[in-house]
Design a binder for this molecule. Structure first.
Ligand code: NAD
Length: 393
């Protein structure tokens, strides 16, 4: 039986253990948890864990007394680094939520801690290991498009109100949507390119759609404008526009932040120069409704390959100079969490614990993505090209 420890047992880790891990390997137990909200954390567990899991006031006590084989870190974004730095001392495999850091200071501290640590880390980047992306990477590396010349990444998020009506709206915690969201995309894009991003330029719009002057804790049920507001539960239901369909926090609230102190961007563009000489771009938009898309187009002198996790399961491949094109589809469909990425992460983490397997998403990948996100944010703030700090991957 695998003994699992958790620091921050919230929605993400709760769902991952209860559903993904349980599907793959039901024979595990949560033996120790550090989380200040014990009641909520227990409520998110399987019945067997609900009964058995012990809560500890500190990480050290949890590790010494519960003796976990592997530890999940699922706190909010700004705590990932300090917790990972503390865990680095114990040499126990760590499953670390993204983004692995939210500032340059944190990222450097994390890099330093893991330069000396033997603890293997699986960073929670499901997209890079989805069957769709893994196959696209394989095709590109086998020369399907020739040398990669250009990559476009698209992320039109149809559920983007979450960044203004949940805890994600707290800018102090998230530090914006390059770090919170694009960290996944920059990661898989660099895997597709088989090259890090060396320089980046970016722009954004912020505070033009969401955020505003409404009180910090305003709920739709207390709002005199709910009747006309497109974001009230009744109008979202009428318009089939998604988001939370029950009473929720106002997305036009002061609590979403402001331009001076920081607010999640509604749309952003990034332009890349890869170390390999390829170029690329990325668009992220969080105010579309119903029809989103997330995926990439990779182009080289021989051909073009594209996929979109949201709209179909295929990799579309066109050869430029031969009369062929094909679509590679998945036999099983894309109904599992994160298009099959979570189960691959879980499988790898179990192998890391049991057999000392290589991490499919090591700490260096998490850091590489964070440095790229920080450079993108700086580029958008300063309207300048920014060099990305490089990591040996
Ligand atoms: N990889 C992915 O695809 C993916 C998907 C969703 C969320 N996430 C990430 O997961 C993280 C958690 O998101 P969530 O929605 O589960 O949030 P959540 O608020 O539900 O969970 C956070 C948990 O951390 C606990 N916590 C707070 N302070 C703590 C501390 N000092 N020590 C230990 N525990 C503490 C909270 O009580 C809570 O249970 C976020 O950083 C988010 O970016 C990743």
């Amino acid at each position: 039986m695998l003994r699992i420890g958790v620091v921050g047992h919230g929605l993400r880790v709760g769902g991952f253990l209860r559903s993904t891990m349980n599907t793959l390997e039901p024979d595990f137990r949560i033996v120790g948890v550090v989380d200040p909200d014990e009641k909520r954390a227990r409520g998110l567990m399987r019945d067997c864990d609900k009964a058995d899991a012990k809560f500890y006031p500190t990480i050290d006590e949890m590790i010494r007394q519960a003796k976990p084989d592997g530890i999940f870190v699922g706190t909010r974004c700004n705590l990932h680094t300090p917790i990972a730095v503390e865990l680095a001392k114990y040499d126990i495999p760590i499953f670390l939520e993204k983004p692995v850091a939210v500032s340059m200071e944190q990222a450097l501290a994390l890099q330093d801690a893991f330069a000396k640590s033997k603890a293997p880390v699986v960073v929670s980047f499901p997209l890079r290991v989805t069957p769709l992306c893994a196959r696209a990477i394989e095709m590109v590396r086998n020369g399907a498009v020739g040398e990669v010349m250009h990559i476009t990444g698209l992320n039109y998020v149809s559920y983007g109100t979450v960044y203004y009506e949940f805890g994600y709206r707290n800018y102090e915690v998230t530090q914006g949507l390059f770090l919170q969201k694009a960290t996944h995309d920059f990661d898989y894009i660099m895997e597709l390119a088989n090259s890090p991003i060396k320089r980046i330029s970016a722009n954004w719009i912020r505070g033009r759609i969401f955020g505003g002057d409404k009180p910090e804790d305003l709920m739709c049920s207390q709002c005199p404008e709910a009747h006309q507001c497109p974001e009230s539960p009744q109008n979202r239901i009428r318009n089939n526009s998604g988001g939370v369909l029950e009473d929720h926090l106002c997305v036009f609230s002061k609590a979403c932040g402001n331009l001076k102190d920081g607010i999640n961007e509604e749309a952003s563009n990034a332009i890349f120069e890869f170390e390999s000489g390829a170029i690329g771009s990325y668009v992220q938009l969080v105010f579309v409704r119903r029809e989103g898309c997330r995926g990439a187009i990779v182009t080289g002198p021989k051909g073009k390959l594209s996929f979109d996790w949201k709209n179909d399961d295929g990799i579309h491949y066109v050869e430029h100079h031969r009369p062929y094109q094909t679509t590679v589809t998945l036999g099983t469909g894309g109904t599992i969490a994160h298009s099959g990425g979570d189960i691959e992460l879980a499988r790898n983490f179990i192998d890391v614990i049991r057999y000392g397997a290589k991490s499919c998403s090591p700490i260096q990948a998490g850091l590489r993505s964070v440095f790229t996100c920080l450079a993108a944010r700086e580029a958008a703030q300063t309207h300048r090209w920014v060099d990305v700090r490089q990591v040996e991957c």
